[in-house]
Design a protein around this ligand. Structure first.
Ligand SMILES: [Zn+2]
Length: 58
């Protein structure tokens, strides 16, 4: 799995399917966001789409 450097979503692709940024294989931890509008973590991270997101991406 790789994580987007910009929006932090987890993906198998080298380019993020959401924002088109490069993805990195160096990431740590992840959160599953089901309802971004009700999640404080999602709001803090600026997440608007449900999905799996890395907490830290290098
Ligand atoms: Zn992205």
């Amino acid at each position: 799995m790789r994580a987007c450097r910009k929006c932090h979503i987890l993906t198998e692709e080298t380019v993020c399917p959401i924002c088109g940024s490069q993805t990195s294989e160096h990431w740590q931890g992840y959160v599953i966001i089901i309802d971004p509008r009700r999640s404080r973590i999602a709001q803090k991270m600026g997440i608007k789409m449900p999905g799996k997101y890395a907490l830290k991406v290098r």
